[in-house]
Write a protein that binds this ligand. Structure first.
Ligand SMILES: Cc1cc2nc3c(=O)[nH]c(=O)nc-3n(C[C@H](O)[C@H](O)[C@H](O)COP(=O)(O)OP(=O)(O)OC[C@H]3O[C@@H](n4cnc5c(N)ncnc54)[C@H](O)[C@@H]3O)c2cc1C
Ligand code: FES
Length: 515
C-alpha cells in the first residue's frame, strides 16, 4: 500500500458508522493519505494506515485495548496518540481528529504529535549515561532516554564503523540486491545530533571501572558514567581450520561485513555457505537472488530442526532445493582452499566465495572482566539490572528471567533487543518497569516468511494446524503439555493472537517481584 494508491472511501467525506463494526478497522483515506478508522469499545480513532517500521498495512493487524499491533513484526502503536509503544517501530504514526455526526463518521484535521511533559528529575536520575553498543538495544535505549525527556549527557560507544544499522536487512534485502545502501542505517547522523546523542564510532571499550564509574576505551581515553548500559551484542563464532583466513572467506554481523560480501558477490559464481541456521540460509536465499550457485554445508541432518522441528526444517530444506540450493548435511568442512572447500568425507566443493554462519556467542568479555555476574550471558533481573548497581544490560548479551517459562533465557532477536534497550533506558531513569515482553523473531527466505512468538528452547511436541506445503499454517511448540511458542507461516493475525494469549497467561500467573 502506498500513498499513490489510495484505497477505500474518502473519510473526509464521511462513512456511515454502521460500516464500522465494533472492534474493527476500516481502511480509507483522508487528505491524500491512507488512513484507518478504528472503532474500539464505542470510541473512534483515525490513524495512519502504514507502520513506520517497514510500512506494513496496519488494517491487517490486531486491535488490543487502545492499541493497534502491526501484522508483520508486532510493533504496537497507541490509537490515542500514535506513539510507537513497542519496537521495532521507533517512530509514531499520525492521528486525525474524528467527528461523529448524524450517524456518520468524519475524519478531520491531523492532530499534533503529543509530547508528554518532562518527567520530574528524581534524586536518582543519573547525571550522564553511557551506552556501550551501537546496535539494536543501544540505539533503542538512546532514543528512549530522549523520548523520556532525559536531559543529561548520553554517549553511545560503538565498535562498529557505521551508525546503528538495520542488521536483519544485512542478510536479506541488502544482500539480495533489493534494498539500497541507504536502507541500512536506522537513523542519520543528523538525527543523533538533533537529540544531542553523542555517537562515537570505532570506539571499542576495553575496561569498566565499576568503583570509579568510568569506562576505558582502546585509545586509552576514559569516560565517566552515572549509569551504564551494556549492549555489546554477539559475535560470530569463528571457524578454525586451514584456509579460514583466506580473503574470500566472509562472516556477517556488521554493515561493513555485508558490504564486503555484496562486493564479493558481484563477481562470485559459486558460494559455499558453512552453517545451515537462520543467517546461513538467509544468505543462501539472498545469493540465489543474485543467481549465484549456492551449496550449504551443515552438521545437522535437517536444517533448523532444533528450533522449528523436523517437519518445518524439512520444508525449509525443500524450499531451498526448489530454488537451486544444494545441501551437504551431516558433515562439516575441514579445510578451505582458494577455489574450494574440503568436506569431512574428502569431497571437494568448488567455491570462489565462502560464508561462515555457524552461530554467534554473546560479547560478554568486558562484563566478565568488570566482575558482573555471568551465566552464559550477562545475568540481569526483571528490570534488566546487572549484579552491579548502576549497570544495566540489554540485547543479545542479556540473560533475563522469562516470566513465560519461569527460566532465565537469552535470545538473539532484533525486536527483543530493541524492547530491552527501551525498558533498560526507562529503568535507568528510575521507572522500575519489568521486562515482560513475549519474545518474537522473524525470518525471510525467498518469498517465504515465518514469524515466531514465545520461546521454546526445548520442546517435546509439535502441532501443525494448516498446511506447511501450502505455506499457510500455525505451528505450536509444547513441553510437558505447556505451549511455549508458536510459529506462523503467512498467518499474521494468528501470530498476533498467540502473542496476546501469552501476555494474558502472564497476567494470570503474575510472578512475585524478585527484589
Ligand atoms: C545478518 C543478520 C540478520 C539478522 N536477522 C534477524 C531477523 O531477521 N530477525 C531477528 O529477530 N533477528 C535477526 N538478527 C539478530 C539481531 O540482529 C540481533 O539479535 C540484534 O542485533 C541484537 O542487538 P544488540 O543490540 O544486542 O547487538 P548488536 O545489534 O549486535 O549491537 C552490538 C553493538 O555493540 C558494539 N560493541 C561490541 N563490543 C563493544 C565494545 N567492547 N565496545 C564498544 N562497542 C562494542 C558493536 O560494535 C555493536 O555496535 C540478525 C542478525 C544478523 C547479524
Ligand atoms: S512493518 Fe510493522 S513492525 Fe515491521
Amino acid at each position: 500500500m502506498s500513498t499513490n494508491t489510495l484505497a477505500g472511501p474518502d473519510l473526509v467525506e464521511g462513512v456511515a458508522l454502521s460500516q464500522l463494526g465494533e472492534n474493527s478497522m476500516l481502511l480509507g483515506h483522508a487528505y491524500g493519505e491512507p488512513v484507518i478508522l478504528a472503532r474500539r469499545d464505542n470510541e473512534l480513532f483515525a490513524i495512519s494506515a502504514l507502520c513506520t517500521h517497514y510500512g506494513a498495512p496496519l488494517v491487517d493487524g490486531l486491535l488490543v485495548g487502545d492499541t493497534v499491533r502491526c501484522p508483520w513484526h508486532h510493533a504496537c502503536f497507541s490509537l490515542r496518540t500514535g506513539e510507537a509503544l513497542r519496537a521495532p517501530a521507533l517512530d509514531p504514526i499520525a492521528c486525525w481528529r474524528v467527528e461523529l455526526r448524524s450517524g456518520s463518521v468524519y475524519v478531520r484535521e491531523k492532530l499534533e504529535t503529543v509530547v508528554g511533559a518532562p518527567a520530574p528529575r528524581m534524586a536518582s536520575t543519573p547525571a550522564s549515561i553511557v551506552i556501550i553498543g551501537g546496535g539494536a538495544a543501544g540505539n533503542a535505549a538512546a532514543e528512549m532516554l530522549r523520548r523520556e525527556h532525559y536531559a543529561g549527557r548520553i554517549t553511545m560507544l560503538s565498535a562498529d564503523e557505521s551508525l546503528p544499522c538495520d542488521r536483519p536487512n544485512l542478510s536479506k534485502g541488502y544482500l539480495a540486491g533489493g534494498a539500497p545502501e541507504e536502507s541500512n542505517l536506522l537513523r542519520t547522523a543528523e538525527f543523533y545530533k538533533q537529540r544531542d546523542i553523542d555517537v562515537k564510532l570505532n570506539a571499542r571499550v576495553v575496561a569498566i571501572d565499576t568503583l570509579s564509574r568510568n569506562v576505558r576505551l582502546e585509545d586509552g581515553s576514559r569516560l565517566d558514567y552515572g549509569a551504564l548500559l551494556l549492549a555489546t551484542g554477539a559475535e560470530p563464532v569463528g571457524l578454525e581450520m586451514p584456509g579460514a583466513d583466506l580473503p574470500h572467506v566472509h562472516y556477517l554481523r556488521t554493515l561493513a561485513d555485508s558490504r564486503a560480501l555484496v562486493n564479493r558477490a558481484l563477481t562470485s559464481r559459486r558460494t559455499v555457505v558453512i552453517g545451515a541456521s537462520f543467517i546461513g540460509l538467509e544468505v543462501a536465499a539472498s545469493l540465489r537472488a543474485r543467481s549465484i550457485d549456492v551449496h550449504v554445508v551443515g552438521r545437522e541432518a535437517c536444517p533448523m530442526e532444533r528450533i522449528l522441528g523436523a517437519q518445518a526444517g524439512n520444508f525449509v530444506r525443500k524450499l531451498h532445493e526448489q530454488h537451486g540450493v544444494t545441501f551437504h548435511l551431516g558433515t562439516t568442512a575441514t579445510a578451505i582452499q582458494e577455489r574450494s572447500v574440503v568436506l569431512q568425507n574428502g569431497e571437494r566443493l568448488d567455491a570462489d566465495l565462502v560464508v561462515i554462519g555457524i552461530g554467534v556467542r554473546p560479547a560478554i568479555s568486558l562484563a566478565e572482566r568488570a566482575g558482573l555476574a555471568i551465566d552464559r550471558g550477562v545475568t540481569v533481573d526483571e528490570y534488566l539490572a546487572t549484579s552491579v548497581p548502576g549497570i544495566f544490560a540489554a540485547g543479545d548479551i542479556a540473560r533475563w528471567p522469562d516470566p513465560l517459562t519461569g527460566e532465565r533465557i537469552r535470545v538473539e532477536h532484533w525486536v527483543v533487543a530493541e524492547r530491552q534497550g527501551q525498558t533498560a533506558a526507562r529503568n535507568m531513569l528510575g521507572h522500575r518497569e519489568r521486562f515482560t515482553s513475549v519474545p518474537f523473531f522473524w525470518t525471510e527466505q525467498y518469498d517465504f516468511g515465518l514469524a515466531y512468538v514465545g520461546h521454546a528452547e526445548r520442546f517435546d511436541r509439535v502441532e501443525i494446524a494448516g498446511s506447511l506445503d501450502q505455506r499457510d499454517c500455525t505451528i505450536s511448540y509444547q513441553r510437558a503439555g505447556k505451549k511455549l511458542a508458536v510459529a506462523v507461516i503467512h498467518r499474521d493475525l494468528e501470530g498476533l493472537r498467540a502473542e496476546v494469549e501469552f501476555e494474558r497467561s502472564l497476567v494470570a500467573n503474575k510472578l512475585p517481584d524478585s527484589s
